[in-house]
Ligand binder design. Structure first.
Ligand code: PEP
Length: 256
């Protein structure tokens, strides 16, 4: 048994205006018990425009759910229209930042180099990056899944100074995201092991043991248990199902 505490993150993507977000966080909190927070670190990542509203609710109502952001820019301030910086997120008590999600890689041309700059900026402001990696269907069918994921990790993480900062890696096969077609838990478990092995070579054994490796891709209240049973999977990055407080709470409570 590892002593890594499970981490379950809801990525709300471009859903929920600030009023809807308030309702979602309140509903989620009604469905979770103190024992759930003892067992699992729970994070929600609303769109930027809803962060402040969710922050106010979780702080006023003392809800032990941490705030996540879906992206970050690597410069602290300046003439970068439309971007949001790490110190701005830190000021909202954002704890985690998703970096390199496949939708950003696919639709916004995010490269491994940009992923590294973003992860570095996050760490520099005591935000925990959740770095996403994963192969496309074509790459898996060509037998390249492992080399693609190793390459993304090496290019995105080599040279980062983790210090006291904590990093998570989300293994998200692109073909499983938002498709309802999840990876087989055995395959995800193997890829989790591969991620940890690569982290060992990029950093060191101690760091590799500490980093939480998440699985993402059509996680639901039924399949979560099978993913969490894998020794190298320490949590989940959940998209679609995190928009429904009943479903997301059931995912968080997978152990019951
Ligand atoms: C995600 O957004 O990272 C994700 C895994 O989405 P979904 O759960 O909808 O597949």
């Amino acid at each position: 048994m590892s002593d890594r505490k499970p981490l379950i993150v809801g990525n709300w993507k471009m859903n929920a205006n600030h009023l809807e977000a308030i309702q979602m966080i309140q509903k989620l909190s009604y469905r979770l018990e103190p024992s759930d927070y003892d067992a699992v670190d729970v994070v929600v990542a609303p769109p930027f425009t809803s962060l402040r509203s969710v922050q106010v609710v979780i702080e006023q109502d003392r809800i032990p759910i941490a705030l996540g952001a879906q992206d970050v820019y690597w410069v602290d301030e300046g003439a970068y229209t439309g971007e949001i910086s790490a110190p701005m997120l830190a000021k909202l008590n954002v704890a985690h930042v998703i970096v390199g999600h496949s939708e950003r890689r696919q639709h916004f041309g995010e490269s491994d180099e940009m992923v590294k700059l973003k992860a570095k900026a996050a760490l520099g402001h005591d935000l925990f990056p959740i770095v996403c990696v994963g192969e496309t269907l074509e790459q898996r069918e060509a037998g390249d899944a492992e080399s693609v994921v190793r390459g993304q990790l090496r290019a995105g993480l080599t040279g980062l100074a983790l210090g006291e900062g904590s990093l998570s890696v989300a293994y998200e096969p692109v073909w499983a995201i938002g498709t309802g077609r999840n990876a087989m838990p055995d395959d995800a478990g193997l890829m989790g092991g591969l991620v940890r092995e690569e982290l060992r070579s990029i950093f060191d054994s101690e760091t590799a043991e500490r980093v939480r490796v998440l699985y993402g891709g059509s996680v639901n209240p039924v399949n979560i248990k099978d993913f969490m049973a894998k020794k190298d999977i320490d949590g989940a990055l959940v998209g679609g199902a995190s928009l429904d407080p009943d479903k997301f709470a059931a995912i968080v409570r997978y152990r019951l």
